[in-house]
Design a protein around this ligand. Structure first.
Ligand code: SF4
Length: 242
């Protein structure tokens, strides 16, 4: 007799379901977006900030470091440094000391001062509102630029792909790729542009709270019915991922 899995469906029935057309995939994406909105109504960046410069600095500091650690550091940093000129008005060693509990603090202090120098020289001390200008700043890659454009200015220029978005987009069968630069175009093709900013925030929250790296909590997951990796499908390892 054929194995029966979730909801009494057989392995072959579930495999058939998951061999989806583009139309089916887009419909499933709609359900995933709906589920994310239901489970995480709040969609906000986890890095504390009150203006675009603070977000830029916090995002530079957050590379390979936890948001919690960055928030601890910036709670005092942002009281001392309010404008680009403040970061440029101290020796690099002083800035290093002020951020020395984050990873790679020497490189990050150098990047922050380099970025502030360019902001003062080319942008009147303001954070520019284009992706091209942002990625020219030291310490700013496409991911950081997308965070700043989306969160500080509300302009969707791409989808932020961090470690949670990598893991979840794979588990949800939204990509077969492993590299952020390949995953982002996969997501851009199937996520409506108006959802890009909040989709990243919510997927990151979902990765932190529900779909954790080691032990996904599928039993409380609002996306469970639309996820080919659900552990509630006993035979999930046999299922094809999109
Ligand atoms: S069903 Fe499980 S594996 Fe799929 S997204 Fe939810 S928690 Fe992650």
């Amino acid at each position: 007799m054929e194995d029966r899995c979730r909801a009494g469906r057989s392995k072959s029935e579930i495999k058939e379901e998951m061999r989806e057309t583009k139309t089916d995939l887009l419909e499933r994406v709609k359900q995933i977006i709906r589920g994310l909105k239901k489970q995480h109504p709040e969609a906000k960046c986890a890095l504390n900030h009150t203006n675009p410069l603070e977000l830029l600095i916090a995002t530079i500091l957050s590379a390979q470091c936890t948001d919690e650690r960055v928030n601890i550091v910036t709670s005092t940093l942002f009281r001392k440094y309010r404008r680009c000129e403040d970061y440029l008005g101290v020796p690099q060693t002083e800035l290093e000391k002020d951020i020395n509990s984050v990873t790679f603090f020497r490189n990050k202090a150098k990047a922050i001062q380099g970025a502030c120098q360019i902001l003062v020289e080319r942008h009147g001390g303001q954070v520019p509102q284009t992706l091209d200008d942002l990625v020219e700043l030291p310490g700013v890659g496409r991911k950081t630029a997308n965070v700043v454009m989306g969160t500080a200015f509300g302009i969707p220029t791409g989808i932020v792909v961090d470690t949670h978005v990598i893991r979840l987009s794979q588990r949800l069968g939204l990509t077969r790729n492993k590299l952020p630069e390949k995953i982002e175009p996969d997501l851009i093709k199937i996520i409506p542009k108006k959802e890009w900013i909040d989709f990243s925030h919510r997927l990151i929250l979902h990765g932190r709270r529900v779909c954790k790296a080691r032990r996904p909590a599928c039993e409380i997951c609002a996306l469970e019915k639309f996820c080919p990796s659900s552990t509630l499908i006993e035979c999930s390892q046999d299922l094809p991922v999109q």
